[in-house]
Design a protein around this ligand. Structure first.
Ligand SMILES: [Zn+2]
Length: 335
């Protein structure tokens, strides 16, 4: 049984190719964070090693050991937590493994998450393995930044792009699998933006949603504040960034979500808002900012996020961004 939900045609394609003996040596699965890439990769690892007829079965020794993450032939590699990169040492370690025969299964599976975080040296070293892949070794590479993956690596892989699913599908899945009230289901479906993995996490721990709501309120406050407050906020963001590189892109993504919500509000698509609790706040800002100003801010934020990948100090970029924010007059109706 596949644990992957909603990506039916991709699952069918991979399953059918495998059944007719047409298995690739390297796969590249791209898609947003929490859209289901890792789940699909582990499903494939089970399918490639499953001992039953209906693969993956979830009950044979191979499937169970892979599910429990204790299978010695299935390796899951993520970027180093302190550098946020996958370096040459990781790939050297892999090299010493991949030329050995699988130990307990039929195939050795190497899953590398965030393949775009490979250093240049590591990419070139991996490329050499992909060019002449050892027998019974299957690479499953995952990325949420397809455009940043080295084209020479992309060209060696079968590519599958996981798309977000609809709010209705998320809503139905959450309703059927979790005992939470309708209002929570609605909020989770809206904020998940079609990423089922995220919706499941949030259904298990609703505090994730509450924290995001707090952050979006903070963004609204900064948006409406004076320039001194805005600069103080930037100082804090920049110092957070020095201790946790992932925090800033995530926060800026929330700024983009906030601005996109403003566009939906302006266009009258209120049912598409990600944070519908903010409607009154959007109403105050609405008349004071134009479409083109919002779009310009989103484009700027997008390029700032790209710059982070190149290790550039964010402070100057962020200062320029807040200087572009419009000055919002306080509410005329006391909200
Ligand atoms: Zn099985």
């Amino acid at each position: 049984m596949w644990n992957t939900v909603t990506h039916d045609s991709i699952v069918e394609n991979i399953g059918n190719s495998f059944q007719i003996g047409n298995t690739g040596h390297s796969y590249l699965i791209s898609g947003e964070i929490s859209v289901g890439k890792t789940t699909l990769a582990f499903d494939m690892a089970r399918m490639f090693n499953c001992e039953s007829n209906d693969k993956p079965c979830s009950s044979c020794t191979q499937c169970v050991r892979i599910d429990r993450n204790v299978h010695s032939d299935v390796r899951y590699l993520v970027p180093n937590s302190s550098t946020d990169f996958i370096g040459i040492n990781h790939v050297k370690e892999l090299k010493s493994e991949v030329y050995l025969k699988p130990y307990e299964g039929k195939n050795r599976i190497i899953i590398i998450d965030q393949i775009h975080r490979l250093t240049k040296e590591a990419s070139n070293s991996l490329l050499k393995i992909l060019e002449e892949p050892p027998e019974n070794v299957i690479f499953i590479l995952l990325t949420n930044k397809f455009k940043s993956v080295l084209p020479t690596i992309v060209s060696r892989c079968r590519i599958f792009q996981l798309k977000p699913t609809s709010r209705d599908v998320i809503s139905l899945h959450v309703t059927n699998n979790f005992s939470i009230n309708n209002e929570m289901v609605k909020e989770i479906s809206a904020i998940s933006e079609g990423r089922l993995g995220w919706a499941i996490k949030a259904s298990n721990d609703f505090q994730i949603v509450e924290n995001l709501k707090k952050e979006i309120i903070e963004i609204n406050d900064i948006f409406n504040s004076g320039i001194d407050e805005k600069f103080k906020y930037i100082d804090n963001l920049a110092s957070e960034f020095s201790s946790d590189r992932n925090s800033l892109p995530m926060k800026l993504q929330l700024w983009i979500d906030f601005l996109r919500d403003l566009i939906f509000y302006k266009s009258g698509f209120k049912e598409r808002l990600k944070f519908s609790i903010m409607q009154k706040n959007y109403q105050i800002i609405d008349s004071q900012i134009s479409y083109s100003e919002i779009v310009k801010l989103i484009v700027n934020l997008d390029s700032i996020i790209q710059y982070f990948d190149n290790n550039i100090n964010p402070k100057l970029l962020l200062e320029r961004f807040v200087l572009d924010l419009p000055e919002i007059r306080k509410s005329f109706n006391g909200i």
